[in-house]
Design a protein around this ligand. Structure first.
Ligand code: PGA
Length: 239
């Protein structure tokens, strides 16, 4: 819930000017619902895609204040975030809620970006793989593994989101490898192809080392995506 119309216009203009279709990475932005129309009007026909930050698990109906997958699709969204840690912790989204949203996103023709990650105390208790595995299983149980052929996974350790603390490249790679191996065990092709993004205090100064890890396919950027220079520094660090 950052920014305003002027800021988002500036950001989108800057990203359009500073990136290209044959640049180092695919680029997508996730503005708040209120500004999705700005993304649609500025980005349609460009190399930059956009998505919603969440969606309601229901297809339609009386859910005042909510946004459906169909509405996001109608606004030109290609992606939607599902299970961001703030949705889980501040809005009580359970693993099962997240799974329902993932399923509804796919049904609406959106590509879900499934966010998973452990809290600091879970990491300290050596529960990282158990937590991330449980979060993945909750979705796989509902949708089946084939649904992941049209999804992205984002590993975001909760303790690294917005804190300035970043997982070390080794810490991140180890969880990414765990995630990939888990998917590969169920479907080798999907596991080999799925994009697994790292999120949590990614900056221009640490992005290259993170993205150099074999199972880290890109980033999910929060704070550093709010200014053009910081976001483009990360974009340039890819590959
Ligand atoms: P951050 O946020 O990059 O500011 O840590 C990540 C996120 O909100 O997913």
């Amino acid at each position: 819930m950052h920014g305003d119309k002027a800021m988002i216009n500036t950001l989108l203009d800057g990203l359009l000017a500073g990136s290209s279709a044959d640049g180092p990475a695919d680029l997508a932005v996730f503005p708040p619902f209120a500004y999705l129309s700005l993304a649609e009007s500025q980005l349609t026909g460009s190399h930059i895609q956009w998505g919603g930050q969440t969606l309601n698990p229901n297809v339609k109906g009386a859910h005042t204040g909510e946004c459906s997958g169909g509405m996001l699709k109608d606004m030109g969204c290609h992606y939607v975030l599902v299970g961001h840690s703030e949705r889980r912790s501040l809005y009580g989204e359970s693993d099962d809620d997240v799974a329902q949203r993932f399923r509804t996103a796919l049904a609406a023709g959106l590509k879900p970006v499934l966010c998973v990650g452990e809290t600091l105390s879970e990491r300290e208790d050596e529960q990282t793989e158990a937590v991330v595995g449980r979060q993945l299983d909750a979705v796989i149980d509902v949708t089946g593994i084939d649904a992941f052929s049209n999804a992205v996974i984002a590993y975001e350790p909760v303790w690294a989101i917005g804190t300035g603390l970043t997982a070390s490249p080794d810490q991140a790679q180890s969880v990414h490898a765990f995630i990939r191996d888990k998917i590969i065990a169920l479907n080798g092709i999907i596991g080999g192809q799925i994009r697994i993004l790292y999120g949590g205090s990614v900056k221009g100064s640490n992005a290259a080392e993170l993205f150099a890890q074999s199972d880290i396919d890109g980033g999910l950027i929060g704070g550093a995506s709010l200014t053009v220079e910081d976001f483009l520094a990360i974009y340039s660090a890819v590959g």
